[in-house]
Structure formats: structure tokens, C-alpha cells
Design a protein around this ligand. Structure first.
Ligand SMILES: C[S@@+](CC[C@H](N)C(=O)[O-])C[C@H]1O[C@@H](n2cnc3c(N)ncnc32)[C@H](O)[C@@H]1O
Length: 314
């Protein structure tokens, strides 16, 4: 596994400490430790129980195979997590008779290891480098770490957009794409209907989702009795979102967040923007794709109405 400087322990401590100081925890802070990775996987698994039905991802895997990536095809998975989505994609491409290689990138070494093991278990797939990096700051230097292969690249970035506060991750994507390459990414959707955003807020306010988000505080030595949580809709325009489920923690008594060598004083009454799940519509995902200068091939929605997956071509 290659560790890019943006993912060094020191750098991540600086980024997370700056997040506590500014009162905005970056998304990457929720996946760093093995404990957080395991807790996030529990949340991801619980999604299948509350949102049964056909998944948009399956449709897009088929579309990718049918959109002539040619052979060989190089999948580059950004924010791959445990790699379960790319595993399904790669199996689909192999079934279509394509020769497949894959490169994995994520901020979390423990998730990268899981993702690597999943791909290794697939017959006839070349698993290339795994790269620990911050996709929001790595920029064009990511391209230097990625092996050149002839044929098409398929860049994936699933589940990352909902947590972003800027568009900078798309600069890394742009630096990897050559003319004709494919880009598949997913957004969390705001399902149609009254009361949907409140229903989503309830999901993040309790249970496994809440336990997972609290780990960023316990990891910094702050017990959850020192916090009061609120989950509410917000209507920020970040990353083309139409709405955001915004999770905030109010600090109830003065305390100190310890992150590596950093000790950040938090004061009673201060609010920490802990987590965000940006929500999109078909129109906002289409606008985002066009803003990247890419041609939309398809946009598929899961039966749940909560997942939207875009396939685009450079
Ligand atoms: C919601 S999970 C999605 C994982 C997987 N792609 C999926 O769809 O199941 C978000 C993933 O993005 C990674 N991530 C979040 N912010 C990141 C960043 N700035 N740089 C690299 N990876 C990041 C996390 O470690 C996590 O694996």
C-alpha cells in the first residue's frame, strides 16, 4: 500500500484538529480507525434493511460493461471503502469477457485492506496499487501514482459526494481521465414526498448511525455525555446539493479534544458540525456532471429513491 503524504498520520491529525478548531469535522475523520471502519460498515449494512429493492448500482455496472470500455479496462476506485461495490462491478466486467485491472484509493488503510482482499478473491483480476490518500487534497499528484495501462479507465467514486464540503475531489478525478474514459459516481438522493427529509434525519439521530458519528468525539477523549446532538435539514448549496441532513453536536461543558499532539479547547455552547449527508435530485446530479465537462450517459435511481448513480464519459 502506498501512503500519499495527504494520508500520513501527522497530516490527518492536523486536518482533524483543524476541523475541531473550525467547528466543522471533515468527512474523512469518520473512517480513520478500524473501530470507525467497522461501525461505518454496520451503518452501510443497515441501509439494505431499510431500503430494499433494486439497486441503481447494479444497473450502472451493466451499463458500464455495455458502454464499450474495451479490453483491458482499468477500474480506479476513489473512496472505495470496503470495495464491495467495485467487487460487483469487476465481476460484471469479467462476465462480459473483459480483461480487468483495479487500483484502489481511500483515506482509511483498514478499509483499503478489506477492499484489496475482496478484489484478490476474484479470479483473473489484476489488483494494482492500493493508495491511501485524501481525494480532496491529493489533486493531480494522484495520477503519478497510478500505473499506465492501455485501454479505457473507469473511475468510480461511490458514496463520497454526500460528505464533501467542496468540489476539490473532482480535480483528482479530472486528472485521471483521458478522452473516452468513464466516470461513475453516486449521490444520496432526497426522495420525493412530504416528510422524507425528516425521516432521513431520524435515521442519523439514532442507532448505528449515531454510534458511528459519536466515535470521532470519543476518539478525541470527549465522552458523549458532554454533548447534545441535533439532526436537522439544511439547504446549503455545496456540491450542487438540494438539501443536506446536517448533524451537529453542541458542547455542554468546557472540554478538550485531543488529536495527536493537538489539544483543542472546546467551550460550552459551541456547536460542532459533525456530519453531513448532502442530498441530490436527478437535476442536481445532471448539473454537477455537466459542470465537470462530461457527457452524461445515464442516471439510475434505486427503488428506495435514496441512491442515484451517474455514468458519464469524458
Ligand atoms: C460512505 S463511504 C462509501 C464507501 C464505498 N465507496 C461504498 O460506496 O460503499 C465513504 C468512503 O470515502 C472515504 N473517504 C471519505 N473522505 C475521503 C477523502 N477525503 N479521501 C479519501 N477517501 C475518503 C471513506 O474512508 C469511505 O471509505
Amino acid at each position: 500500500m502506498i501512503e500519499h503524504p495527504t494520508a500520513s498520520a501527522r497530516q490527518l491529525q492536523d486536518v482533524v484538529a483543524a476541523g475541531f478548531s473550525r467547528g466543522v469535522i471533515p468527512s474523512l475523520a469518520h473512517y480513520r480507525t478500524p473501530e470507525q471502519s467497522a461501525a461505518w460498515r454496520a451503518v452501510a449494512t443497515s441501509f439494505f434493511d431499510r431500503a430494499p429493492g433494486r439497486s441503481a448500482f447494479d444497473d450502472v455496472y451493466t451499463e458500464i460493461a455495455e458502454n464499450g470500455p474495451g479490453t483491458p479496462v482499468h477500474v480506479i476506485a476513489l473512496g472505495c471503502g470496503d470495495g464491495s461495490k467495485e467487487e460487483a462491478l469487476v465481476r460484471n466486467l469479467c462476465l462480459a469477457g473483459l480483461d480487468v485491472a483495479i487500483t484502489l484509493a481511500d483515506i482509511s488503510p483498514s478499509l483499503l485492506q478489506l477492499a484489496g482482499a475482496r478484489q484478490e478473491a476474484i479470479e483473473n483480476v489484476r489488483v494494482l496499487t492500493s493508495i491511501a490518500c485524501d481525494v480532496t487534497t491529493v489533486g493531480g499528484s494522484l495520477a503519478d501514482l497510478i500505473e499506465y495501462l492501455p485501454g479505457r479507465r473507469v473511475i468510480t467514486m461511490f458514496g463520497v459526494l454526500p460528505g464533501l464540503t467542496t468540489m476539490s475531489a473532482f480535480e483528482s478525478v479530472a486528472s485521471l481521465m483521458r478522452d473516452g474514459d468513464l466516470f461513475a459516481f453516486s449521490g444520496n438522493m432526497l426522495p420525493d414526498g412530504a416528510g422524507e427529509i425528516e425521516r432521513l434525519c431520524d435515521f442519523y439521530a439514532t442507532g448505528s448511525a449515531h454510534d458511528w458519528m459519536a466515535l470521532v468525539f470519543s476518539g478525541a477523549g470527549i465522552d458523549t455525555e458532554s454533548l447534545s446532538w441535533s439532526v436537522a435539514p439544511a439547504y446549503a448549496s455545496e456540491v450542487f446539493a438540494v438539501a443536506t441532513v446536517s448533524v451537529k453536536a453542541e458542547v455542554l461543558r468546557d472540554c478538550v479534544a485531543n488529536v495527536g499532539d493537538h489539544a483543542i479547547q472546546l467551550e460550552a455552547g459551541q456547536t460542532i458540525d459533525t456530519f453531513r449527508s448532502h442530498r441530490h435530485s436527478s437535476e442536481s446530479l445532471t448539473n454537477l456532471t455537466e459542470s465537470l465537462g462530461m457527457k452524461l450517459i445515464c442516471l439510475r435511481l434505486s427503488d428506495s429513491g435514496e441512491e442515484g448513480v451517474v455514468l458519464a464519459r469524458k
